[in-house]
Design a protein around this ligand. Structure first.
Ligand SMILES: Nc1nc2c(c(=O)[nH]1)N[C@H]1C(S)=C(S)[C@@H](COP(=O)(O)O)O[C@H]1N2
Ligand SMILES: [Mo]
Length: 321
C-alpha cells in the first residue's frame, strides 16, 4: 500500500505571500519605519497585531503576558494524529483513552532506568504554571497556561551517563483506542527527540495540565512535552517512553518527510517550509478565538531567542532546520 501523505496544512490556512507582504508594510509603517508613501496607513488592527507580536514574557520567558487562548480553542482545535488528521478529531475521539493507570518506561544511557508509575515520576516535583506561546508548523499559534515540571528536574533523577547526548520520547500506540493509527500518515508510534542541552533547558516543560486542570486527553494526557521555541510537533503527547541515546534519535515527522521537517525544528521565519512561508502566524487568542484569529509576524525561536539562541551558537540554522 502506498504511503499516504496528507499535507499537514490546508491551503486556506496559508496567507498568500503578496497579502503578507502588504500587511508587513503596514506593520512597519506602524512602528515608524519610514516607508515612502505608506506613513499614516496603519490601521488600528495592524497596531494591535504588532502589539501581540511583541513577546512580553518576563526575563526568563516563563510567563507570557499576551492574551490567552480560550480553553475551548486550545482543547478543540489541535493536532493529535493518533486520533485522526482533522483539527477537531482529537477532541472528538481522544476522550475515550484511559490515562490511569499510566506507566513510563525510562531506558538507555542512564544510571537509573526502569518502568515508573506516573505518580512516582511526578511525586518529588512541584508543578509550576508556565504561560507559553506554541506555534504549529502549519501556521497557527496559541498562548496556553500549562502546568508541569521542568524536564531537567526529571532527567537529573535518572542520572544520564556521559554517553547520553539526546533524549528520545515515544507516544502510546494503542490500535484499539487510537483510530488514527490505521492511517499510514506516520510511522507509528509517534516519536520525538531533543538534544540533551535542549532537554535540560529551563523552558522545556513536561506538562501534566493546562488552565489549572489536568490535561484533556486531546492535549496529550497524562504527560506531554512543551518546547515553546520549536514548532508544535516537537511537543510530543501522551508519552510512554523516555530514552537517553548517544546518537540523534529518529523522529516521526522527520522520518515521514525529511526535506520538510528537520530534527531541530526551531521556529524560524527565515526558513520557509518547502510548501509554504513561515513568516507569519494566525494567533488564536482572546475573544473570538479561532474565528477572529489575527495574522502576526512570526519571531525567531518563537520569541524565545533571548533564552535559547545561545544553544545554537555557530550552527547554520538553514542547514540544521
Ligand atoms: N503524539 C503526538 N503528539 C503530537 C502530535 C501528534 O499528532 N501526535 N501533534 C503535534 C503538533 S503538530 C502540534 S501543533 C501539537 C498540538 O497540540 P496542542 O495544541 O495540544 O499543543 O501537538 C504535537 N504533539
Ligand atoms: Mo503542529
Amino acid at each position: 500500500m502506498p504511503r499516504l501523505r496528507l499535507p499537514p496544512v490546508a491551503a486556506s490556512e496559508i496567507t498568500p505571500e503578496p497579502v503578507w507582504l502588504a500587511r508587513r508594510r503596514l506593520i512597519l509603517a506602524a512602528t515608524g519605519v519610514p516607508l515612502a508613501g505608506l506613513a499614516g496607513c496603519a490601521g488600528a488592527e495592524d497596531e494591535e497585531a504588532l502589539a501581540v507580536a511583541e513577546p512580553d514574557d518576563g526575563p526568563d520567558g516563563f510567563r507570557s503576558a499576551e492574551p490567552l487562548t480560550r480553553f475551548e480553542d486550545a482543547s478543540g482545535y489541535n493536532n493529535f494524529y493518533e486520533f485522526g488528521t482533522g483539527k477537531a478529531d482529537p477532541a472528538r475521539h481522544a476522550h475515550t483513552l484511559p490515562t490511569e493507570p499510566w506507566v513510563v518506561v525510562v531506558g538507555g544511557e542512564a544510571e537509573v532506568t526502569g518502568t515508573f508509575a506516573l505518580d512516582d515520576l511526578l511525586r518529588p516535583h512541584t508543578v509550576e504554571e508556565r504561560v507559553y506561546r506554541l506555534r504549529c508548523v502549519e501556521g497557527w499559534s496559541m498562548v496556553i497556561p500549562w502546568l508541569g515540571i521542568p524536564l531537567a528536574a526529571v532527567i537529573r533523577r535518572f542520572r544520564p551517563t556521559s554517553r547520553a547526548r539526546f533524549v528520545a520520547f515515544t507516544t502510546l500506540a494503542d490500535r484499539a483506542r487510537m483510530p488514527g493509527l490505521r492511517l499510514p500518515v506516520l510511522d507509528w508510534p509517534y516519536r520525538e527527540g531533543l538534544r540533551m542541552d535542549e532537554a535540560m533547558h529551563p523552558l522545556t516543560l513536561l506538562a501534566t495540565g493546562m488552565y489549572g486542570r489536568n490535561l484533556p486527553n486531546q492535549n496529550g494526557a497524562p504527560l506531554r512535552l512543551v518546547v515553546p521555541w520549536k514548532y508544535g510537533f516537537k511537543s510530543i503527547k501522551s508519552i510512554v517512553r523516555i530514552d537517553f541515546t548517544e546518537s540523534m534519535p529518529p523522529t516521526a515527522w522527520n522520518m515521514a518527510q525529511p526535506s520538510e521537517y528537520g530534527f531541530y525544528s526551531n521556529v524560524n521565519p527565515d526558513v520557509p517550509h518547502p510548501r509554504w512561508s513561515q513568516r507569519s502566524e494566525r494567533r488564536i487568542a482572546g475573544e473570538g478565538g479561532n474565528l477572529f484569529a489575527r495574522r502576526i509576524p512570526t519571531l525567531p525561536f518563537n520569541g524565545y531567542g533571548e533564552q535559547v539562541a545561545s544553544l545554537y551558537a555557530g550552527m547554520d540554522l538553514r542547514k540544521w532546520f
